[in-house]
Design a binder for this molecule. Structure first.
Ligand SMILES: Nc1ncnc2c1ncn2[C@@H]1O[C@H](COP(=O)(O)OP(=O)(O)OP(=O)(O)O)[C@@H](O)[C@H]1O
Ligand SMILES: O=P(O)(O)OC[C@H]1O[C@H](OP(=O)(O)OP(=O)(O)O)[C@H](O)[C@@H]1O
Ligand SMILES: [Mg+2]
Length: 296
């Protein structure tokens, strides 16, 4: 059956590290998604879009082929795919801030490592052979790469390879296997991608609407609305302390001549240290509130 061309098709990981946060992001854009964990597709009830739940490895192919106009996938999977293509048929639209991990070279505790040259002649087990080879080529190192589909951390213990190249987040898996990360091949997080295949005006319009909502959701994530009171002579110093805010709104306070309310959207995190500095610069009645929706 051909896909319905009056709707957008979005490829998401069916089940795994990215599934919940990918669905949550779309729910935050207002999509009503009703599907059990076992469904392979789901229609969005209140938006002309259909979700395809697939293995993450297939997402770059689906999007490049134009079967799905959009997809959410880790940069690690995307870059491994791109390394095998002459011209990848997708573009990255946004970094999504979840699924953060690094593709790292690791070796059993006690293995000497003095930079990539220590890999010369070694065997490296990995599920990312193209990225590993590209790393070796970048450093002019000759080594053999052994492809494994999973459980890569077992390779040194089984005598398959002296090094591995695998994803690391907390480092707990490496530690449990008595391994130590020695180098970094790639820093990764989940990204939103769009096919470079053109699509018709109707879907282009829906796509713009969806992207504007997603950008709004991403913008609110790191943003806070900050309100405070201050005397006129302190306004300049206070404005300079507001993280990522341009042009705060300044409103005169009734019955307090020379005093103002300052309101601003801060596009960076507001830490306790920032509040302490604002207070030190003469601010009072400081309120920091979350922003629910934002359209830029
Ligand atoms: N430890 C981790 N911490 C954070 N993000 C991770 C971690 N491991 C992997 N990821 C990210 O999540 C993605 C999916 O990881 P997962 O382990 O669910 O993949 P998978 O087993 O290949 O799943 P699939 O069945 O879809 O092929 C990875 O490609 C990577 O971008
Ligand atoms: O540094 P850590 O926080 O321990 O995470 C690293 C582990 O996470 C990933 O595997 P995952 O648990 O997703 O299982 P998988 O190998 O079945 O994909 C990755 O392949 C590592 O094995
Ligand atoms: Mg996979």
């Amino acid at each position: 059956m051909l896909a319905d061309r009056s709707r957008l098709h979005i490829a998401l990981q069916k089940s795994g590290r990215l599934s919940d946060q990918s669905r949550d992001l779309l729910r935050e854009t207002g999509f009503r998604i009703q599907s059990g964990k076992n469904s392979l597709t789901a229609r969005v009830e209140n938006f002309p879009a259909e979700l395809m739940f697939v293995r993450d490895d297939d997402i770059p192919t689906f999007v490049s082929d134009g079967v799905c106009e959009f997809g959410i996938v880790g940069q690690n999977v995307l870059e491994e795919f791109a390394a095998g293509q002459e011209e990848p048929g997708y573009e990255v639209l946004a970094e999504l801030g979840f699924g953060r991990c690094s593709l790292r070279i690791a070796a059993p505790e006690g293995t000497a490592y003095d930079g990539p040259q220590s890999l010369a002649g070694a065997r490296i087990a990995t599920s990312y052979p193209l990225l590993t080879r590209a790393f070796l080529a970048r450093h002019g190192i000759k080594a053999s790469v052994v492809k494994m589909s999973g459980a890569v951390e077992l390779a040194p213990r089984l005598g398959i390879a002296g090094f591995i190249c695998d994803l690391v987040s907390t480092g707990a898996t490496l530690e449990a296997n008595n391994l130590r990360a020695v180098d970094t091949v790639l820093e990764s997080q989940a990204v939103l991608i769009r096919t470079t295949k053109p699509f018709d005006d109707a879907r282009a319009f829906i796509a713009e609407q969806m992207l504007s909502r997603i950008n709004g959701v991403l913008a609110t994530k790191g943003s806070k609305y900050i309100m405070l009171n201050a005397a006129g002579e302190n306004l300049r110093a206070i404005a300079a302390l507001l993280p990522g805010a341009d042009a705060p709104t300044v409103i005169p306070l009734r019955d307090r001549p020379g005093h103002f309310a300052v309101h601003a959207v801060c596009q960076e995190s507001v830490f306790w240290e920032t509040l302490e500095k604002l207070k030190g610069a003469g601010a009072s009645a400081i309120l920091v509130v979350p922003i629910e929706k934002m359209m830029l």
